[in-house]
Design a protein around this ligand. Structure first.
Ligand code: CMX
Length: 134
């Protein structure tokens, strides 16, 4: 089901401020920033070698990332696994009684299909699954 880790998502108050650490100080490579209206976030995509780190900045008061920042402050928000045949995998997870936030794939950053598994069903970790069509 899982092909590898696609990226790690980090909730930040401000991409501009966070880039000072992640890019200027730590040395990750800035690739691009994109708006993901469906998730109410702006996403800065950074490369650490072959690994990708995404900085997530809320764009609305009711963004899930704003809620996370209000409750927990900045920090590790989710881990995303690359998969194929996402819709079929979601069906299998549903049958296995895993709590799904998205029962159907939806559109995420970079045009990928995405779906989230609830942290209550994943030992406290918000898991995103994504399927790319590059
Ligand atoms: N990681 C781990 N636990 C989390 C969490 C996270 N990112 N976000 C919330 N939780 C926990 C909360 O701490 C809370 O636990 P307790 O009940 O023990 O306090 C529980 O989950 C419920 O959280 P909540 O604050 O009441 O928030 P909601 O239930 O309203 O929403 C969640 C939580 C995960 C369902 C919601 O954030 C969501 O739908 N997330 C998926 C979409 C998303 O995060 N999109 C942004 C990124 C998109 C992108 O990368 O493009």
């Amino acid at each position: 089901m899982i092909k590898g880790i696609d990226h790690i998502g980090i909730a930040v108050k401000s991409i501009d401020e966070a880039k000072a650490f992640w890019v200027d100080t730590l040395g990750l490579k800035y690739l691009r920033t994109e708006n993901v209206p469906g998730q109410k976030v702006r996403v800065a995509v950074l490369a650490a070698g072959e690994a990708i780190v995404e900085l997530l900045e809320p764009t609305a008061a009711d963004s899930p990332v704003q809620k996370f920042l209000d409750k927990r402050g900045e920090g590790l928000h989710h881990v995303t696994f690359a998969t194929d045949k996402l819709a079929g995998h979601l069906q299998a997870l549903k049958v296995a009684n895993i709590g799904l936030i998205d029962e159907e794939p939806r559109l995420g950053a970079g045009g990928a299909l995405i779906a989230f598994i609830h942290p209550k069903s994943a030992h406290g970790v918000l898991i995103e699954m994504c399927e790319h069509h590059d």
